[in-house]
Ligand binder design. Sequence first.
Ligand SMILES: Nc1nc2c(ncn2[C@@H]2O[C@H](COP(=O)(O)OP(=O)(O)OP(=O)(O)O)[C@@H](O)[C@H]2O)c(=O)[nH]1
Length: 361
Amino acid sequence: MFTLIPEDPPERAVRLRRQLMAFYSYCLLWFGTFMGVELTAFDPVTPHVAIFGLLFSVNAVFYVLIRSGFSERFRDPSLTVLQMVTGILAITAVLYYSRELRGAMLSIYLMVMTFGVISLDRRRLMLMAIFIQSCFSMLLIGEGLLAPQRVIFSYQLGHWFILALVLGSFVYVGGYIHNLQSRVREQREGLREAHDRLAAIAVRDDLTGLYNRRYFLERLEEEMSLASRSGSSLHLAIIDLDHFKQVNDTYGHPAGDEVIHRFSITASLGLRRSDILARYGGEEFVVLFPHVSSTACVAALNRLRETFAAQTYPFAEELRNTFSAGVVEYQKHESAQDFTRRADAALYQAKAKGRNCVVKG
Ligand SMILES: Nc1nc2c(ncn2[C@@H]2O[C@H](COP(=O)(O)OP(=O)(O)OP(=O)(O)O)[C@@H](O)[C@H]2O)c(=O)[nH]1
């Protein structure tokens, strides 16, 4: 059915796209590191092949876990936290070997943080920021212990504070974006539900909850073309409650409504799920019987006729209501108009025969 609300791309596709983005970022980072080594802005012994080899291998494992659907069993099938932790550890290793470029390289941590904005709330983003700050602190401490000759304390302190400040503001803005995104998603969900509800209401009749005439006519065309193509049988029955005007006149309009309602319940329960029952208008109903023989159709209608005739009503003990029905089989390539006209003629015959009967036309 026509929908005004654009569909979200499938979740798995979004995850794989994010995975591709991560791969692209690693490539850029590797290229940067490689250039840094070549231009001696990085330590020449930087084991970049080992670091990135490991990083790409882990990325490949994540890709397989997501692609195969294995990660669906986890609360976050994107494995965001694990992927971020891997990225952060790799960046920390790269930072260890970065010399003059360290200040600039610190911003790479934020690249990892941007991956978290979509899936992580502010609290988790904050934990991630704390993890980054801790990794960087460990790096500085390790450097102080392992290579004190390299350490320029004022630089390190400056880097540490700047990173803390930037991460703090990132958590604030990232959390805001995350909340905004969640709200948009919720609103979209609400809109989609409302749309589905409206679409369901649009095909139903108010009084009975049965399909309405408009929907029935749509289905009629579909079922007719299906029957034309496959050569399978299709029957159409028109049912009209007998002397219904009298019910209204004697017991009042609400009582008439009650009888109509009772018919719809009896028919819904009495027919098969594959039969398409609709209120055609007033006290007239239609049923489409796909893939059913004429004998079975007539038998089903007669069963329904007997059940309905046996109904009693609390507002009038003596009231019994019946219906007449005309049923016809679809003839290949016949128009909907001709098909319903023939069913109508059969109904007319049923009325002429004295009502409370089913006539096969
Ligand atoms: N209570 C109620 N009455 C309705 C509704 N729709 C149509 N009717 C009434 O149904 C009656 C149909 O009357 P007729 O078409 O004369 O047919 P009938 O009295 O059933 O007679 P036969 O069909 O010849 O057996 C009319 O009085 C309509 O007002 C409805 O939704 N609720």
